[in-house]
Ligand binder design. Structure first.
Ligand SMILES: *Cc1c(COP(=O)(O)O)cnc(C)c1O
Length: 304
């Protein structure tokens, strides 16, 4: 794993015009398959697994999940058996994410979408233990205390003084970790990739409470909820067009599920003068590039 990940200043005429300075925290470069924030969230979970006497790691996800592939790869590298419970029915041939996960030795099971919604309940988790034995269970996306803890490291690795730090949000675990690690004068801006993204604040509050942290600190979070492009895994031509133009201009690839929306939102916030002149801004590139292949296959298109 390439950590600490690089912190690269990004220069654009727009930033000069608006008099802001921008750095990208390149968590996308940590690893091709154990990408970005999924490595952050797995790191302390793997340590917890190794301290215990578990037989395998068991986790949950959708069929294109970055977290599923990251878990498969970390398992293979550390000789830890991994089991994935996937939402929905098996689709053959396997998509690139699941095919690679199986090739890495991951055992895959499918449950219905209705059952999947019960996956956090005590009775469901009991059943899982009965069926799969003494497994270390990681929730969907790596969103538990260890996962949030790992995301604090993103901020700890940054050695410039900044005013704002942006991340995209699915469950809010990454945002919670970043928020927890900030100094008093710093703010974090979350860009939810789901519709109705205000729910993220409740999720962050849950993570804070699970860690017995002072929830008044959540005031350092602002959400920009209008960049979801219709909802999770939904897209519009404007998003794909932006991703291509951004790549051409900066050499930085983004993915259509998460980081394309993040950078689209970020550039729009700059254009609309969200940040005061003189602001120093960090954008966390949370990775997810493995998802491009699955997206291209599904929509029969090429992004880059
Ligand atoms: C999972 C993921 C996210 C969402 O992170 P949360 O901690 O669930 O909010 C953002 N970006 C990428 C690339 C991801 O894979």
């Amino acid at each position: 794993m390439k950590t600490p990940s690089p912190l690269d200043e990004l220069k654009m005429p727009l930033f000069e015009e608006k008099q802001v300075k921008v750095w990208i925290k390149r968590d996308d470069l940590i690893h091709d398959e154990v990408s970005g924030n999924k490595w952050r969230k797995l790191k302390y979970n793997v340590e917890a697994f190794q301290k215990g006497s578990y037989e395998a790691i068991l986790t949950f996800g959708g069929a294109y999940s970055n977290h599923i592939l990251a878990t498969a790869k970390v398992g293979a590298d550390n000789k830890i058996p991994t089991i994935a419970i996937i939402r929905g029915e098996e689709q053959l041939p396997l998509n690139p994410t699941l095919k690679r996960s199986v090739d890495l030795g991951m055992e895959i099971h499918y449950i219905s979408r209705i059952e999947y919604r019960q996956k956090q309940t005590a009775s469901f988790l009991e059943k899982v233990k009965e069926q799969y034995g003494n497994v270390y269970i990681i929730p969907e996306g790596g969103g538990n205390n260890e996962g949030v803890f790992g995301c604090k490291d993103i901020v700890k690795e940054i050695n410039v003084d900044f005013d704002y730090i942006l991340t995209d949000c699915g469950t809010g675990a990454t945002l919670a970790g970043i928020s927890l690690a900030l100094k008093e004068n710093q703010k974090t801006i979350g860009i939810p990739v789901l519709k109705g993204g205000d729910f993220i604040l409740d999720e962050v509050k849950n993570y804070y409470e699970a860690l017995k942290e002072d929830v008044s600190k959540i005031k350092n979070i602002e959400l920009a909820t209008k960049y979801h492009f219709g909802g999770y895994a939904k897209h519009k031509p404007a998003l794909i067009g932006f991703m291509r133009a951004f790549y051409k201009q900066t050499g930085i690839k983004t993915d259509p599920i998460y980081t394309g929306k993040l950078f689209y939102g970020f550039i729009d916030l700059i254009k609309t003068d969200y940040f005061p002149k003189g602001s120093k801004i960090i954008v966390v590139h949370t990775g997810g590039l493995q998802g491009i292949a699955g997206f291209e296959e599904r929509y029969k298109t090429k992004i880059f």
